[in-house]
Design a protein around this ligand. Structure first.
Ligand code: ATP
Ligand code: MG
Length: 321
């Protein structure tokens, strides 16, 4: 579905508003990070999905996707990986490392197998991450923001803690980027260096949409911080799960979850939603806007199709999709 044109307006920075984005998911809803950062890539393990199983680093739990399958059958399900090229990374400048590896090295290559999922609350990002885990297992590294690393999980708790009602928008912004800097340094960049395909539930565009369009923090400020936090790492493909705000909030409400974000004004969510559309329209080659009212399986099919077409996702043998 084409993104509809929406008006958006940038308000002043609201220092007394509560922070945004996501809540701590109950364990069963947490997107599993299929491999721990530092584990060998699936193709190096030689066993695809079956050999690697699927581990969640986020909640510290292990999910053995194919545990019930006999070994022979599991071998037949071995994935033929067509993993995109490795990435050339700049080394940190000497002055940057004089006091430790403060800055994330700048990433040179533009051919990165890095996919992000974006959209308002309830648009189905976590659902799609779960479907990708089911279809691709260890062939993809699935992760999330905020909270994609152990340190990030603590930052996420801090951002969403209702007791921090005095948190300013600037504090919130910097916490999101602290989470992101750790995520890039600890998980995303090492995985990309190994030539793995990474899919992240939220990334810089969430900050542009929520803190930028939603809260009114200037976009160029956010983009400057993004360069510092990410070293310039940008997704090849960003999927916008496009859903009217009232439907997204209804879905979240139905799920019985409540956090500070979800109790915020509908107007804020409308600005975020319109902001997403503006971002997608500005970079149509990077964004894929999907109608998030479609069935989850259909959305999954479209994401995989786009990932494969762009050479970002390893192709699965017929019958495994
Ligand atoms: N395509 C869909 N059609 C109908 N319901 C859906 C669809 N995708 C997800 N849902 C349901 O909507 C609810 C929210 O989905 P999900 O948690 O995946 O959204 P999310 O984008 O991750 O939300 P959040 O930003 O709050 O983490 C869940 O109950 C899920 O089962
Ligand atoms: Mg989610």
């Amino acid at each position: 579905m084409a993104a509809a044109e929406h008006e958006h307006r940038l308000g002043s920075i609201l220092l007394d508003e509560s922070p945004s984005v996501d809540t701590l998911l109950p364990p069963e809803e947490k997107p599993a990070q299929v491999r721990q950062a530092g584990d060998p890539p699936a193709h190096a393990q030689g066993g695809g999905l079956a050999a690697a199983g699927a581990e969640s680093a986020i909640a510290g739990e292990r999910v053995d996707v194919l545990a019930a399958q006999p070994a022979k059958q599991a071998m037949e399900r071995q994935i033929e990986l067509e993993v995109p090229q490795r990435h050339a990374l700049h080394q940190p400048q000497p002055e940057a490392v004089a006091h430790g590896p403060i800055l994330t090295p700048l990433i040179e290559s533009t051919a990165m197998p890095f996919v992000t999922l974006e959209g308002i609350e309830g648009s189905g990002k976590s659902t799609q991450l779960r479907l990708l885990q089911e279809s691709h297992g260890a062939a993809l590294l699935l992760t999330q923001e905020p909270g994609g690393t152990p340190l990030g999980a603590l930052i996420r708790e801090t951002i969403l803690d209702r007791r921090h009602a005095t948190m300013t928008s600037t504090t919130e912004l910097l916490l999101y980027f602290a989470d992101r800097a750790q995520h890039v340094g600890e998980t995303l960049r090492p995985a990309l260096e190994r030539g793995e395909t990474v899919v992240s539930d939220r990334y810089v565009d969430s900050t542009l949409a929520y803190q930028g369009y939603g809260r009114g923090i200037p976009l160029d400020v956010i983009r400057s911080l993004a360069v510092i936090a990410t070293g310039g790492l940008e997704p090849d493909l960003t999927v916008l799960l496009d859903l009217p705000v009232r439907l997204g909030l209804a879905r979240v409400g139905r799920r019985g979850r409540e956090d500070r974000l979800e109790s915020e004004m509908g107007e804020f969510h409308e600005r975020v939603c319109a902001g997403y559309h503006t971002l997608a329209q500005a970079e149509p080659e990077r964004w894929l806007v999907l109608d998030a009212t479609a069935a989850p399986a259909e959305i999954h099919r479209r994401i995989v199709e786009a990932g494969e077409r762009r050479g970002l996702m390893p192709k699965l043998p017929h019958g495994l999709r």
